[in-house]
Design a protein around this ligand. Structure first.
Ligand SMILES: O=P(O)(O)OC[C@H]1O[C@](O)(COP(=O)(O)O)[C@@H](O)[C@@H]1O
Ligand SMILES: [Mg+2]
Ligand SMILES: [Mg+2]
Length: 344
């Protein structure tokens, strides 16, 4: 009988791992290291609610509407407050911005500002919160562009290519934190019995043989010709004999995480469903760019159907973008179908 290992061969906490990575940068001041620590702590606090969701007052709506026009869930609000309150007073940040807040989030005047910029989707997969389906948090870290003092909108509108670090937390059957500082993608699993994130998935690489495609096929009638033909190709209408299986959770973090480990493609294309959202639903700054950074670090690729997500210059805090992300061969195939069958 296979003996179940109580712990990984090597027990490495996220703190230890981040510190070891920092050693590679003699000029490092430890500020980024501490910022990642704070995000790991925020993840533990949010996980302490998600793992007891039905027992604590965290399910359901707040009755408010956010800048996206979506109903704000109690867990959206709790996650938002937790990340803000853990980062507003540390002196590490110049400014923050969140998917839930209309404007940039300044550092309170009574606190010092610092050299980094934190952008985040506090709770991703909100439509799944009340049904015990995996949800997540997504974060993106940039260096400020402005000199000193309060950070600016310009500090938040940076291309994904300029990311210093990005990652997500997934609150699922286990809680994991997956991030990259440009030195590969690494995953840590929270052991609630000791309250530590331990290294469980070092150096994640997207497998070359993809297994799944993930898209909300309920919107097919609103898709362009190119996207519809690409989907047929994924389903097996191709000479390469490729046939992928469909998986769609409806939480971007969870769909991306699965495909990162199994190989595959997630896409949320532009569609004609909602004239107010001609560029699809997902947000460039809080969702597409940070995950694109991870995808490329793991050997994959992310595109808006025409160009790399990481090369898009953001024009606004809540700019939306079509997203095709996963194995490079599949995303490039999507670009080929869109280029071939969709004008413009
Ligand atoms: O219900 P749809 O249209 O398929 O949209 C699902 C998508 O919307 C999202 O929930 C949007 O993110 P938020 O939950 O952060 O608003 C993604 O996680 C998910 O991929
Ligand atoms: Mg989201
Ligand atoms: Mg969200």
């Amino acid at each position: 009988m296979t003996e179940l290992r109580e712990f990984p061969n090597q027990i490495t906490t996220i703190e230890r791992f981040i510190l070891d990575q920092q050693r590679g940068f003699p000029d490092a001041t430890g500020t980024l290291t501490n910022l990642l620590y704070d995000l790991a702590l925020a993840a533990k606090i949010i996980a302490s609610r998600t793992t007891r969701a039905g027992l604590v007052d965290i399910l359901g709506s707040t009755g408010e509407q956010n800048v996206q026009g979506e109903e704000v869930q109690k867990l959206d609000r709790f996650a938002e407050r937790t990340i803000f309150r853990l980062n507003d007073h540390t002196g590490r940040l110049a400014v923050m911005a969140s998917e839930e807040e209309a404007d940039i989030i300044p550092i309170p005047e009574r606190f010092k500002t610092g050299k980094y910029v934190l952008l985040y989707d506090p709770l991703d997969g909100s439509s799944n919160i009340d049904f015990n389906v995996s949800v997540g948090t997504i974060f993106a870290i940039y260096r400020r562009k402005s000199q000193e003092g309060p950070g600016t909108l310009e500090d938040c509108l940076q291309k994904g290519r300029d990311l210093v670090a990005a990652g997500y937390i997934i609150y699922g059957s286990s809680t994991m934190m997956v991030y990259s500082t440009g030195q590969g993608v690494h995953g840590f699993t929270l052991d609630p019995s000791i309250g530590e994130f331990l290294l469980s998935h070092p150096n994640i690489r997207i497998p070359a043989r993809p297994k799944y495609y993930s898209v909300n096929q309920g919107y097919e009638r609103y898709w362009s010709e190119g996207v519809r033909r690409f989907t047929r190709w994924l389903q097996g209408e191709n000479e390469e004999g490729k046939e992928l299986s469909l998986r769609y959770i409806g939480s971007l973090v969870a769909d991306f995480h699965r495909n990162l480990l199994t190989g595959g493609i997630f896409y949320y294309p532009a569609d004609s469903k909602d004239p107010d959202k001609p560029h699809g639903k997902l947000r460039l700054l809080y969702e597409a760019a940070p995950l694109a950074f991870l995808a490329e670090q793991a050997g994959g690729y992310a595109s808006d159907g025409h160009r790399p997500i990481l090369d898009i210059q953001p024009q606004g805090l809540h700019q939306r973008t079509p997203l095709f992300i996963g194995n490079r061969s599949l995303v490039e195939k999507a670009e080929y179908f869109i280029r071939t069958y969709d004008q413009g």
